[in-house]
Structure formats: C-alpha cells, structure tokens
Design a protein around this ligand. Structure first.
Ligand code: FAD
Length: 501
C-alpha cells in the first residue's frame, strides 16, 4: 500500500521516524508531501520569512529524496481536498506524520485529518517529534519520558530504493514545484540576511558550535552582539525540524565527554536549555489555548491596546537605543538573544502596559525560529501573566550599559546614533539634539512608567499568588527539575520557576 509521509515542522531526512517507517513498510511505494494550508499560513502568526525558510529546506530535501527514488509533492491547499486527491489518483494509502505541538488551529486541523482518514477506513499514524509527550498523565513524568525519548537510537536517512511506480508531475492539487508564491495573504516580507533553511547548513552550524563557539557560550549569552556568534544559533533549525532534537542532545553529550573541564559549564548550560525547549512546548501540548488566552485570568484586562504605541515599538522608534536596535535586528535578521527577547516583551507589555497578544503575534512573525510552545509560554512569562513566575520589568538603560557598553549592537542596527561616543549612546537625549540625527526622543519617562507598572502588576500578583488558579497552573505547567523543585517544595506556589536575572 502507498505510504504518504506528511511533512510539517520536520524538514529533514535524518532521524525522521515517519520516513523510515514508511520505507520499511512499503519500500519503493512512498511519497512525501508538504501542504501549505492557506488557513494556517494566513492565521497571523506565520509569515513570509517562514515560508521562505520552508521552501529552502524542501529544496534540499527534494534532492536527497530524489536520490532515494521518493517523490516530494507540495500543494497550496487545505488538507481534506489534498487527501481526497491522493485517494482518487493513487488509491488507498497510509498517512504517516510527526505530531505537531502547535496552536489551537493546528491541533483542530490534526483532529479533522484523523476524522477524515478514519471515516474512509484509512490509517493515520503519528510519532512524537522530540521530547514532548501527548496525553502526558502528569508533569511528574515529563523528565523520565524526555530522557527515554532522547536516548533512543538515531535513525539514518532513507537508503536508495527502486521506485515501484512512475510518479506523475501533477496529482492536482499536488505538484512537484517548490514555489509558494501563489500562496497569498501571508504577512511580512522575505528576509534578505537571515539564516537559510536546510539540513546541511543546520548540521554545519551545530558542528561549528560544538567544535569552537560553545566555549564562549555562557559568557556571551546575554550580550546582544557577541551572542549572535557565541550562542548555538540552532533554534530555527530545531523549530522547522532541519535538526532532530535527539541528535542535538546525543551529540552534545558526546562532546561533553571530550571537552576540557574548565569549559564544561558552557556545554552543560547549553544542554539544560535543550531540556527547556521541550519543557515549554509540553505546555502548549497540554493546553493549546495558552496561545490565545491569558494564562492566569487575574491578569486579564489589565493592559490596553494603543496603535501608535504598538507601531513605535514594532518599528524600533521608541527612543530607547537598545530596544530599537533589538526590534530592528529582528526585522533584519529574524533572530535575537534570549535577554533581548525578554526585554522587548517586558517593555511593550509592562513599561508601556500593552496587552501581550498583539506583540506576541508580531514577534512570532519576526522570529525565524518561531516555535509556538516556547514562544507563547515565554511571552506570557515575560509579560508577567502566569502568576507563578517572577514579574521582571527590564530597565533598557541598565541592560544597554551592562551588556552593550561599547554600543557595538546599537551601532549596527541604529545607524542614526553610529557616530556618538559610547558614553552618550545609551541615553543620547541627554547629550545631543536628536531631531538633527533623525532619531526620536524617548516615548515615555522610563522611571515613572516602570514605577506605575510595578505597582499595578504586583498588586494583582499579590492576589493571584494565593489563588487556586495559580496553584493549578503551577501544578500543570511548572518545572519539576532539580533546584526549582526543591525551592517549590519548600515554599509557596508563586516561586520563581526560572529567574534569568
Ligand atoms: C519572549 C520570548 C520568545 C521566545 N520565542 C522563541 C521561539 O519562538 N522559538 C525558540 O526556539 N525560542 C524562543 N525563545 C527562547 C530563546 O530566546 C531562543 O531559543 C534562543 O535565543 C535561540 O537561540 P539559540 O539557538 O542560539 O539558543 P541557545 O542559547 O544556543 O540554546 C540552544 C537551544 O535551546 C533552546 N532554548 C534556549 N533558550 C530557551 C528558552 N529560554 N526556552 C526554551 N528553549 C530554549 C532552543 O531550542 C535553542 O535553540 C523565546 C524567548 C523569549 C524570551
């Protein structure tokens, strides 16, 4: 029987269980499909830069699959008509895919596909893509289940096989083209200087990190400029599945065996973040609504929505050089280090008191590594809407002076300020006529805005921390790992889960 492998966020040939299973079950009778569904791509979180990355990844996959006698078809269509076309042209088939831990929209779509297949007596088999568990009975079991999944042997890419049938160029709406320009209504514009998709680049980037860059990881992780080189820079490859998390974990653990003891801490810190990756995605798997609903209802309705404020933040025109550099870096490259992401969310949601949803969607479009489970958990955490994480209101001036003291990052992305001496770069309004430089004055009095935000948020948090809802959320989504577990066991549910300083 024909085996149809449905690609989603797993755009690779190595360690790809659905592909391996399909080839084992019916060698020579396997086709691979990538379906760009308009309802998913036009929903507002995905953008043209993601589509561009997907097309690049598929182009490389198509070459490898071709060598193995497996065709790659794409379609710009919804799932049901596409499946109907496969049934009509090719007869009965088995559908194989990785589970998708996505937004309410992708969860609902997967349920529809299950129903469609079942109602026609066709089998749809799904496999976990990394360390997240569907229907996890309780958070207590997360760690064990993660460890088990990460220890499984890696799978090879499909071997060369003889195709049993002639594959046509078109099985409308499926076609062999890898161009999605006819998919209209996807927000954003293509990225000209970001990371490019494909397993080869993904592997090269990761190998280079393990060989050399990882030795500076912890020292540079919070530095906006240095982090661009010293962080692993694998998030986009993990988000779109160019790399398998299992492979990254196993290779990192091997590297840890041979690294000099003085450098171990860097790799250990990196390895713990691989665990966080799945920890956060498990949240959206357990409750997809966190993409749209304020996690802790005590924080609902606290903030406003103002178009002008939002646009100034989005376009990097706030008058705070580090915030503006961060937003412009995102627009130009699609990447920002962790602290920068936390800071821009804290600025719009706390300092400027704007609701988290619109910024979350805008950032999802900008982050090339947009991964719904990490993204919405982190945005809500940094916006202080969980009730069980500490509320952190970043001071962009302090961040700028501490982490970009010489202004290398600011100068790179805010050319209006490039010529200023470092001492003036962080608070330029104190020293120069900004109108002459074409740069805005600060849009708020930072000290006053942060004071008001702190008062408002802490008064709600004071009530929220004792509420049953906070306990329920912590129980459902909180980490059970080492240090945090001990802290939590010893005190109240408002304990900080991760305090990033
Ligand atoms: C508001 C906000 C939104 C974010 N949205 C995303 C997102 O959509 N996609 C995404 O991959 N990461 C997201 N992160 C987490 C983090 O900023 C990025 O994973 C990291 O900057 C990616 O760069 P890297 O691959 O060089 O990471 P490294 O620091 O080298 O870490 C290696 C890997 O560990 C994982 N990781 C690192 N930090 C975290 C973290 N805090 N939480 C969960 N996993 C982590 C990622 O998979 C990353 O690729 C977000 C953070 C914040 C504060």
């Amino acid at each position: 029987m024909l085996q149809v492998v449905w690609l989603k966020r797993d755009l690779r040939l190595h360690d790809h269980r659905p592909l391996v299973e399909a080839c084992l079950r019916s060698p020579g009778n396997v086709m691979v499909v990538y379906i760009a569904e308009p309802t998913i791509w036009q929903a507002g979180d995905l953008s043209v830069r993601h589509l561009q990355f997907v097309a690049q990844s598929l182009a490389e996959m198509a070459e490898g699959l071709h060598d193995s006698g497996i065709p790659l078809y794409t379609a710009i269509a919804e799932m049901e008509p596409t499946l109907a076309a496969i049934l009509e042209h090719c007869g009965t088939f088995r559908l194989l895919a990785h589970e998708e831990h996505g937004t309410p929209l992708t969860f609902a779509r997967d349920l529809r596909v299950h129903r469609w297949m079942r109602s026609r007596g066709l089998e749809f088999v799904e496999y976990p893509p990394f360390g997240v568990t569907r229907r996890l009975p309780s958070r207590e079991q997360f760690q064990m289940s993660w460890e088990q999944k990460m220890s499984e042997p890696l799978l090879s890419a499909p071997a060369l096989s003889q195709a049993l049938r002639e594959w046509p160029v078109e099985l409308r709406p499926l076609r062999r083209a890898l161009d999605f320009s006819e998919l209209h209504g996807v927000p954003g514009i293509p990225l000209s200087s970001g990371q490019k998709g494909g397993e080869r680049l993904a592997r090269a980037t990761f190998a280079d990190f393990l060989r050399d860059r990882c030795t500076r990881y912890q020292s540079h992780i919070s530095k906006p400029y240095d982090s661009m080189h010293s962080c692993a820079r694998i998030s986009t490859y993990l988000a779109w599945g160019n790399l398998s998390m299992r492979e990254v974990v196993q290779r990192s653990r091997q590297a840890l065996q041979s690294i000099a003891p003085s450098r171990r801490r860097h790799l250990e810190a990196f390895l713990s973040r691989l665990h966080w990756h799945c920890h956060f995605i498990q949240r959206i798997e357990d409750d997809a609504e966190i993409a749209v609903r304020t996690m802790n209802s005590a924080f609902e309705g606290l903030r406003g929505e103002n178009e002008e404020i939002f646009q100034r933040w989005l376009e990097g025109q706030t008058g705070f050089p580090l915030i503006d550099a961060a937003m412009r870096a995102l627009a130009q490259t699609g990447w920002l280090h962790f602290r920068g992401r936390a800071m821009v969310v804290s600025f719009i949601c706390n300092t400027l008191m704007q609701d988290w949803r619109r910024p979350a969607q805008a950032l999802a479009q900008l982050f090339l590594d947009y991964e719904p489970g990490i993204h919405f958990s982190q945005v809500q955490m940094q916006a202080g809407t969980t009730g069980f994480n500490t509320i952190r209101i970043y001071n962009p001036l302090k961040q700028s002076q501490e982490h970009d003291s010489e202004g290398r990052f600011i100068r790179l992305f805010v050319p209006e300020l490039r010529e200023l001496p470092s001492a003036q770069l962080h608070e330029p309004w104190k020293y120069v006529d900004l109108a002459m430089l074409g740069y805005p004055v600060p849009m708020v009095d930072l000290t006053e805005a942060n004071r008001i935000a702190r008062e408002r948020l802490w008064s709600v948090r004071g009530r929220a921390k004792v509420a049953p809802e906070t306990k329920r959320l912590l129980n459902k989504h909180g980490s059970r790992s080492g240090k945090q577990k001990n802290r939590r066991q010893s005190s109240a549910p408002e304990q900080i889960e991760f305090d990033f300083g």
